[in-house]
Design a protein around this ligand. Structure first.
Ligand SMILES: O=C(O)CCC(=O)C(=O)O
Length: 367
């Protein structure tokens, strides 16, 4: 069972108890603190002239011709339920959320539950990604919106977002859906330790996918029937979450997951790097590198080693060194020295947890 906590009535210790065990967490009532104009009419009014490329959830192909965002928001409110669901993924692209959607950016940050803001916010002290040098090329960890129609009538063979996993932790908030009384999205989230069985099962069930990593390639959505076979053959069952209006889902790094909207919904998500899951994030980097080499996959946007380096620097001083760190200075140092230091740091992290205890200790001390 996934714990469902209610914003304002749980403690940080309570959150950490679940989070540290690698379980997803759901927090309800985050809408009480959410600010901003999140419904389709308002988004259409504010950003309707932007060009977008909606994705057909059955083929996973984006439209060739752009739509106006306004057209997509109209369709979202009145979709053709006989057609495959359509979604806008990772919108707006790149780093423009903070600048283009600044009100929504601030409004979303406020909605992150108080007890874990310093873990999940982009500027949270316990979010290792928040220590990146201000003048460095920081990874884009969001927020991003996922806006999609539902497939309650259409069936569950394709879902809205196919099975995949992220190397970072993530929080996903649902600020709008067509009918607040009903479930908006069904999530299936697998324990990170089940990834091997999951791959094996998918290879057995879909022989044409044997040559690829079916999780990193994001090529399947597991219907209820297929999930039942997985449970009977491998004893593997996902956590099932029914996300409703105003709920936040926390997804631990490395947990394969898939999502199916039952009705039109707007979600907003942000990645973060928590100390509790850093071991898994590090382990997944190797896996992703192999996938990239074989499939010309996306570049290493997380740059975890650099990110850890800045987190380390930041905790080595009571002042935030990373804030003041000058990229030119690091470029001026011997590359060999930097390489050795990062390699040492990574091997310390991997084989001895002492470094991370030190990090936690220093961060707590700085509080
Ligand atoms: O809502 C969706 O369709 C996908 C969300 C998701 O996969 C995520 O936030 O990691």
């Amino acid at each position: 069972m996934v714990p469902v906590l209610s914003e304002g009535s749980f403690t940080r210790a309570h959150f950490l108890e679940h989070w540290a065990s690698g379980t997803p967490v759901v927090v309800s009532n985050v809408d009480r603190r959410l600010q901003g104009r999140w419904n389709p009419e308002e988004l259409s009014h504010d950003y309707g002239s932007e060009k977008v490329f909606p994705v057909d959830c059955e083929t996973n192909e984006a439209t060739k011709k752009p739509w106006k965002a306004k057209e997509f928001f109209q369709y979202l409110q009145n979709p053709d339920t006989n057609k495959p669901p359509m979604k806008l993924k990772d919108w707006p692209p790149s780093k423009s959320f903070r600048t283009t959607f600044s009100d929504l950016f601030d409004g979303f940050l406020r909605s992150i539950p108080v007890s874990c803001q310093d873990i999940a916010r982009v500027d949270g002290k316990f979010n290792l990604a928040a220590h990146y040098a201000k003048n460095g090329n920081a990874p884009d960890l969001g927020p991003k919106m996922y806006i999609a129609t539902g497939s309650e009538e259409y069936g569950d063979s394709h879902g809205t977002t196919r099975l995949h996993l992220d190397v970072t932790d993530a929080i996903n908030v649902l600020p709008w859906c067509a009918d607040r009384k009903s479930v908006a999205a069904v999530w299936h989230i697998f324990d990170a330790n089940c990834a091997g069985d999951l791959r094996q099962f998918i290879h057995d069930t879909y022989p044409n996918l044997r040559s690829c990593d079916p999780i990193h390639s994001q090529c399947v959505y597991l219907s209820d029937d297929v999930l039942a076979s997985l449970a009977s053959q491998y004893g593997v069952r996902p956590w099932t979450i029914h996300q409703r209006y105003g709920q936040a889902v926390f997804i631990p790094a490395g947990c394969a997951h898939q999502v199916r909207n039952l009705q039109s919904a707007i979600k907003v998500a942000c990645d973060f790097v928590s100390i509790q899951n850093i071991d898994r994030t590090l382990a997944l980097l190797g896996e992703q590198r192999v996938h990239r080499l074989y499939n010309q996959g996306p570049e290493d946007v997380l740059q975890l080693h650099t990110l850890l380096w800045y987190a380390w620097l930041s905790t080595c001083s009571s002042i935030n060194v990373a804030d003041q760190f000058d990229m030119e200075c690091i470029e001026g140092k011997s590359l060999l020295w930097i390489f050795r230091t990062i390699t040492d740091l990574v091997s310390i992290c991997r084989w001895r947890h002492a470094a991370w205890f030190r990090l936690v200790h220093l961060l707590s001390w700085a509080e």
